[in-house]
Design a protein around this ligand. Sequence first.
Ligand SMILES: [Zn+2]
Ligand SMILES: [Zn+2]
Length: 471
Amino acid sequence: MKRIVFLLTLSLILAGASFAGVLDTPHLESGLQIRIDNRYWDVLPQIVPADQESTVSFVPLFDHVKLIDNAVYELTYTPMEFEPIQGGPKAGTKTVITPEDGRISITMLFEEEQEHDFILNRTLDGKTNQVGRFRIYSLKSDLYGMRPYKGDFHQHSNRSDGVESPAYVAGACRRVGLDWTALSDHHFRGGSIEARDFFADLPIDLRLYPGEECHSPGNPVHILSFGANEGITEQWKDDLREVYDQEVAEIQEGLSDVPEGMDKFHYAACIWVSKKIAEFNGLSMLCHPYWVTGNRYNVDERLLNHIFATRIFDAYELISGFSWDSLNNLDVNGIQVARYVEECAKGNRMPVCGIADTHGHERSDQFGRYYTLVIAPTTDLSDIIEGIRDYRSVAVETPKGELARAYGPFRIVKFAKYLLREVLPQHDELCFEEGRLMIQCASGDESALPRLAQLQGQIARFYDKVYSPVN
Ligand SMILES: [Zn+2]
Ligand SMILES: [Zn+2]
């Protein structure tokens, strides 16, 4: 009995160790790691429709993992959350499978929206070894037709206080795996337009959108305008300044029921900016409210309380790319997440974003490690904005050497955690070469173009493989 307990304990320790070890691989530029089994095997598909029967195949890609004719292969299945009740296999079900066409395939009902774990054991000459561990995710139909897209709203080029030119920043964004992005220079939408126009006729898949970080006169609140078809700063410049002053004053005069001690002008200016962004079809976002400047938080707590209570912005910057120095000094992101949790508990749910706020893309720990993941039908601007508004986004952080974390709605966070481990690392690796070639283009070297053209569409092809069986 003692020996059995010992063996059981040892096997549990080894099982734990082997699973912990699978992420012990080099970090990609994006901070993620490709799980060894996902390197050596194709899993076709990785994502299946929930509550339907699907066939999934595990295909060894290399000689060192090839299937052996006289070996016995056994799959152990475990659903992560829901014990099947509609006829799908129960947790712990073992199935002996004979390889066919060089692959291990199983057809079964994948119940509910959840992650499914498969351990593949091989018995040969009396010895049993684990040869692979694979993860499938089943999605309900509302999300199944969509794809995960990584992006950022908030970063700076040398057209404001950043370091690199707009076209360079765009290439750097693709290199870390972003599918869509917007430069948001201070007081200037032009940098984002320059990046977009530089690549407009070139064969790239990164989508570049307009952006701008707005600081309207007299208002300390930083507000991001994403996707607007006009610059917001232009609306208070030069002879329009009087109009701004007058309109903000009118908003201020019309305010009622405001908290005692709150600066009414600041609040009225926030409303003005938010309305302008909406007027130009953009998405407005409250930037880094707990950023520490001048030894205090950027936004006075009375004003912030009222901003949250009245929901004047479309989205909330939940995770911001603060430098390690500033985070060591004060964990601002921790404060921002705590505030989000508190607001949700009060019934004040809000769309969230993660951003890098990078000012120098080659010398930043934050760049590529803080971003937004949106589940959307395409990377079109309207789909990204709708995805944010519809609570299909999470804020992601993948700090160097630490776990990848996602914050936001529970359902999307769970799915994002799967994607960050099982799907996005390969996605990011594919993007790297495109980004490198885009940077080459930004230097004026057109020899990168034929190779870029060959790569165009590769993420769509990759997602087709992830979501549908390939024969
Ligand atoms: Zn700012
Ligand atoms: Zn900024």
